[in-house]
Design a protein around this ligand. Structure first.
Ligand SMILES: C[S@@+](CC[C@H](N)C(=O)[O-])C[C@H]1O[C@@H](n2cnc3c(N)ncnc32)[C@H](O)[C@@H]1O
Length: 291
């Protein structure tokens, strides 16, 4: 996925229907939805995309705590940051600012030991160097602060995509999910095989502890999304799916990409007929403390 493409924010925004419910879980599991306003909240929405965590913070943090809350919405993609800055202005979120920041070098731009909460929704385990991301989250967090991130266990679009590709002559087969996640990781400490382990909660919990965190806890959450029918589903998912999978296949996507939306519609219709399309999404939510 080319996260810095000029159209990325507009293309990505519908994806909030998938990531948003889990952003709400992160906020809840971090204790922010029950914060009582007795202390300042200084929150980093790390790798914020179009700002769904920032939005959910403004919806779920109780008013008394919100009055003492500041949020930095940070992403390395300038178009994403522009889009979240516009959202902040439109909504009049007084304590929020948007900034271009690389999650692998947060402390190069942001103050160390500063944030009470660092929340990373669906970006921590597939940075090129996820270990650096965890170390940097630790650095910018103040002692006693909370770090929380989500990592997909299963994405709803995967099974239909596998069936759609099988309908296109010459298209490559969909790789196992661990290979897809691993295709986004470039830095390893123990060889190539390690890339596939960023879907394994035991593995990433150990990396979280290694980065200095204590009281690491992982919980599984799930959500369903619904689309009216096969055609609507194919329209909504074909483009984003091809872009996501370009990290696995590079330019090979161009060889079969033109046929993908039609194949996806057929694959889905074979399963649900004229009915609605229900997708199941599962994600690990990891919560950790800086002692
Ligand atoms: C799957 S999206 C998640 C966006 C948002 N947090 C959400 O839940 O919808 C991943 C985000 O990570 C950002 N990203 C990728 N690599 C990054 C990096 N090195 N530093 C900061 N952001 C990064 C992308 O620009 C994109 O906005």
């Amino acid at each position: 996925m080319d996260w810095k493409n000029a159209q990325v924010a507009e293309r990505y925004k519908p994806g909030e229907a998938m990531t948003g419910p889990f952003a709400a879980h992160l906020i809840d599991l971090s204790g922010l939805s029950t914060a009582d306003g007795s202390s300042d909240l200084v929150v980093l929405d790390n790798a914020c995309g179009t700002g769904i965590v920032t939005l959910q913070l403004h919806e779920h943090v109780p008013a008394a705590a919100r009055a003492r809350m500041s949020v930095v919405s940070a992403d390395f993609s300038p178009p994403m940051v522009e889009s979240v800055a516009a959202r902040i202005t439109e909504n009049g979120w007084a304590g929020a600012t948007a900034q271009v920041v690389d999650a692998q070098s947060l402390s190069a731009t942001l103050p160390t030991a500063h944030f009470t909460h660092v929340l990373t929704n669906f970006a921590a385990c597939h940075l090129p160097d996820p270990r650096a991301g965890l170390r940097e989250a630790f650095r910018v967090l103040r002692p006693g602060g909370t770090m929380a991130f989500t990592a997909w266990k299963a994405v709803g679009w995967y099974p239909h995509t596998a069936r759609a590709l099988a309908l296109i002559p010459g298209a490559p087969a969909l790789p196992p999910f661990a290979d897809f996640v691993g295709s986004m990781v470039t830095a390893t400490a123990s060889g190539e095989e390690e890339k596939r382990r960023w879907v394994d909660p035991a593995f990433f919990e150990a990396r979280v502890r290694e980065a200095g965190f204590a009281e690491v806890e992982t919980v599984l959450r799930e959500n369903v999304t619904r689309t009216a029918g096969a055609a609507e589903h194919a329209k909504a998912y074909a483009e984003i799916t091809k872009r996501m999978l370009s990290t696995v296949w590079g330019d090979r996507v161009d060889e079969f990409g033109a046929q993908f939306e039609g194949a996806l519609e057929r694959a889905v219709r074979e399963e649900v007929g004229d009915g609605e399309v229900v997708l199941k999404w599962e994600a690990y939510c990891v919560i950790a403390k800086k002692a």
